[in-house]
Design a protein around this ligand. Structure first.
Ligand SMILES: Cc1cc2nc3c(=O)[nH]c(=O)nc-3n(C[C@H](O)[C@H](O)[C@H](O)COP(=O)(O)OP(=O)(O)OC[C@H]3O[C@@H](n4cnc5c(N)ncnc54)[C@H](O)[C@@H]3O)c2cc1C
Length: 474
């Protein structure tokens, strides 16, 4: 990697989602590094989007992040936001299974039950499903070897019902995916470690969930102003550090001029010179940029499937609900045949979203293997979801306010072997495109902390190749 005439290493970040912004943040203020972020859309933040809805400030993409991983909390601390973080008002949740809402039992590790008493009392499984699950610790079998589909591992050990009613709604819900096609290593590393440490998945999961096994504190946190506040404060900090953040700046091609470095050809026709590039776009957006230089890596990225979802915000007058919403919401088991995949009771889940006189719901629809949502227009989607809410919660009136947000190709689907393919892709890029690194949800996880981690890692890679380039050759 070379540096420009000024001696400054010019890094261009493609994509201003949380991963790209985290990468820029990690590079900002480094002596001798100049950073430009190019975002194709009219706004920064990517999937992070907060809007005013029904009198509250509502997240229409992610509404919280995992607090038991350090990256998002650390970023909030660096930005002076940590004092604003709040946990959910409740951690209790339901699943729509076997025909009605059932409260999820305590003692689940990504849906794998580790407390038989709580599981039995919850009646979330039928008696035969419960009986099948409880023989797991004495079932013969081998420890987990290579990566596998999460669904296959869970069904083999605990039976169909635990898979269908607990693990698939939870882990499939997080990823808008089908756990029969999702890698256990990627989507449930805790369960993968449990299944590698012991023959019994339940015993292994019990160990990782034992008191003291985690750092305590709330599992999730958010910002009462919505997660866009994180993005706004982050961008303000970047700009104060001299980082240029451009919107409406779609990168059409990454070129390698003879004189070295990179040249980014914008859709507008403008050219941006760079010494290093971080591509923090979704995999299907990154692939064409890399294809001329690293075809195998581009093919691997293009091969990552994505699921499209719709997030439908709905407000109801509080008296329209026949039952008190005493939890954070419910997940929907795939076999129920519903269009909705989850319903977050936003005004019960978050104290700051409870205006008292109304109820705000965030209803999710669409997941891998279920593309019905894409064929419905907004009116049909809302009608269908309202009907399902009537069945689940007994609501008999239409919502007083609705907002449909469509997230096309939003959730990467991590097929078994994903981590190996990512490692091979990054190795090819390292060989062929020194000074170019990837970031974003497609690589190492859909959650905001994982995306921040991927951005920081990409920034570190770029800095390392700069060090290599500056090192005197003998
Ligand atoms: C409805 C929904 C709910 C979610 N809930 C949660 C949650 O509660 N907690 C959680 O942790 N995660 C959640 N997620 C997942 C999380 O929001 C995403 O995985 C994460 O925000 C992705 O960040 P990213 O930076 O990788 O990608 P993105 O946010 O997709 O950003 C990529 C950016 O690159 C830009 N781009 C693409 N191509 C180009 C180009 N050629 N030139 C310039 N720019 C380009 C795009 O416009 C986009 O802004 C949710 C996601 C959705 C959709």
């Amino acid at each position: 990697m070379v540096s420009g005439d000024s001696g400054v290493t010019r890094v261009v970040v493609v994509g201003a989602g949380i991963a790209g912004l985290a990468a820029a943040h990690h590079l900002a203020d480094r002596p001798g590094v100049g950073v430009t972020v190019c975002e194709s859309g009219p706004k920064v933040g990517g999937k992070v989007r907060t809007e005013d809805f029904a009198g509250v400030t509502l997240d229409l993409g992610p509404d919280a992040f995992l607090a038991r991983r350090p990256e998002a909390v650390t970023l909030c601390r660096e930005l002076g936001l940590v004092g604003e973080l709040v946990p959910p008002a409740t951690s209790s949740a339901f699943v729509w299974a076997r025909g009605r809402l059932r409260r999820l039992p305590e003692g689940l590790v990504l849906g794998v039950p580790v407390r038989w008493g709580a599981l039995a009392r919850s009646r979330v499984l039928s008696p035969s499903g419960l009986a099948r699950a409880t023989i797991e610790p004495v079932l013969p079998g081998r420890k987990l070897g290579a990566d596998e589909a999460l669904g296959a591992v869970v069904r083999r050990r605990l039976g169909d019902q635990v898979h269908r009613t607990l693990v698939d709604p939870l882990v499939g819900g997080i990823n808008a995916g089908d756990t029969d096609r999702l890698s256990i290593d990627m989507t449930a590393p805790v369960l993968a470690a449990a299944a590698r440490g012991r023959r019994s998945l339940v015993r292994g999961a019990r160990e990782v969930s034992a008191p003291g096994a985690d750092r305590g504190g709330p599992a999730f946190l958010t910002l009462p102003g919505g997660l866009s506040r994180l993005v706004e404060v982050l961008v303000a900090r970047l700009e104060a550090s001299g980082v240029e953040v451009r919107t409406g700046a779609a990168v059409a091609a990454v070129e390698r001029p003879d004189e070295g470095g990179y040249r980014l050809r914008m859709v507008s026709g403008a050219l941006v010179e760079a010494d290093a590039v971080i591509v923090a776009a979704p995999a299907y957006g990154a692939a064409p940029l890399l294809a001329p230089h690293a075809p195998t890596a581009a093919e691997a990225l293009a091969g990552i499937e994505y699921a499209s979802v719709a997030l439908v915000a709905m407000a109801y007058p509080a008296p329209a609900l026949p039952r008190r919403l005493d939890g954070s919401g419910f997940l929907v088991a795939r076999g129920e045949g519903r269009l909705m995949s989850a319903c977050s009771w936003a005004s019960s889940k978050w104290a700051h979203l409870d205006p008292g006189d109304q109820v705000v719901l965030r209803v999710s629809a669409g997941r891998a293997g279920d593309a019905r949502v894409e064929s419905l227009d907004d009116d049909a989607l809302v009608t269908r979801l309202s009907l399902e809410l009537g069945l689940a919660l007994g609501i008999g009136v239409p919502p007083s306010e609705v907002r449909v947000t469509r997230w096309a190709r939003a959730f990467p689907q991590y097929a078994p072997g994903h981590l190996g393919r990512v490692a091979a892709t990054e190795a090819e890029l390292h060989r062929r495109l020194p000074g170019l690194a990837l970031a974003g949800a497609a690589l190492a996880g859909v959650g905001i902390p994982a995306c921040i981690a991927s951005g920081r890692r990409a920034a570190d890679r770029v800095l390392a190749s700069r060090e290599d380039a500056l090192r005197p050759t003998r």
